[in-house]
Design a protein around this ligand. Structure first.
Ligand code: SF4
Length: 287
């Protein structure tokens, strides 16, 4: 029932995003999924376009120096994703003849690709039936199916089973419904102010039928940003990305006053392979 309502809505209302165009390769879809994991669409779009112009195939990215990859990642945040994508590209080039695999098991065997990304690439890159579960989808299911105002903490297997039960049997139709569920959660069934009056599933929604009761279950932890190690790591990476070569320690010291936190963050960048120390004691993006 929900699938029959979501599918025509998505076909009529979906945003025209470059990675949804028919000419986009599964590689383009995979790159978009890495970038979209923790970054909004508007910030991803220009970086994705540059990235695809520069590295249209996995082997092209795999051949690029790691420093170039981190610079091209720009300010998308969570730069470990760029390293993982670089590693995945090398594995696809070597093990899969430069073609992104289509089955979920092979995708999950690649470095840096988890349950969500594997299923998203199978569904959106290859048009296959694969339950794709992100935060937005979990919220739509919690409301429309279970009549709860919020999804609460993730329950991986149960979440996959919930979404699997909603998908039509045919691959192409299931892939449209997967994309539609994500779009509905992103645009209409939003966390703070769901627009039920504009929602294609409103008359079949269990939460609406129950009178939109307040959510009183367990909550997911909310992450702040200001003052966190993530913010400090971002500032240090900005310095390394913006410099044409290695920088002195003093250039990094200037961006954050708390020496203990700064040292911890710099150390974690070195451990994560996002930065390197040169023989003369300066710091740079990895070669
Ligand atoms: S009717 Fe409202 S709560 Fe139900 S799925 Fe649509 S937007 Fe979400």
């Amino acid at each position: 029932m929900l699938a029959e309502l979501i599918s025509p809505w998505f076909r009529a209302q979906a945003r025209d995003l470059p990675w949804r165009r028919p000419e986009t390769t599964p590689w383009g879809v995979l790159v978009s999924e890495f970038m979209l994991q923790q970054t909004p669409v508007a910030r991803v779009e220009p970086v994705w376009r540059d990235w695809m112009d520069r590295w249209p195939a996995p082997s092209a990215l795999a051949a690029a120096p790691r420093a170039d990859v981190l610079r091209a990642w720009g300010k998308l945040g969570y730069p470990r994703r760029a390293i993982r994508l670089h590693d995945a590209a090398a594995a696809i080039a070597e093990r899969h003849d430069d073609t992104v695999p289509s089955d979920v098991d092979s995708l999950e065997a690649l470095p840096g690709i988890g349950s969500y990304t594997a299923r998203a690439v199978a569904a959106f890159g290859y048009g296959l039936r694969a339950p794709v579960v992100d935060t937005n989808v979990r919220r739509v299911v919690a409301r429309a199916v279970h009549g709860q105002g919020d999804a609460g903490p993730a329950r991986t297997r149960a979440d996959l089973a919930d979404v699997d039960a909603l998908l039509p049997a045919r691959d192409t139709e299931a892939a449209v419904v997967s994309a539609g569920l994500m779009e509905l959660g992103a645009l209409v069934c939003t966390a703070r102010s769901p627009r039920c009056a504009d929602c294609p599933v409103a008359h079949a929604c269990a939460w609406v039928a129950a009178g939109r009761p307040a959510y009183d279950g367990p909550r997911r932890p909310v992450q702040g940003f200001a003052g966190t190690d993530r913010q400090v790591r971002g500032k240090l990476m900005d310095v390394l990305r913006g410099a044409p070569g290695p920088v002195e320690r003093s250039a990094l010291d200037a961006v954050w006053s708390d020496a203990g936190q700064r040292d911890r963050c710099l150390h974690s960048l070195l451990v994560d392979g996002l930065a390197e120390q040169t023989d003369d004691g300066r710091f740079a993006l990895p070669a």
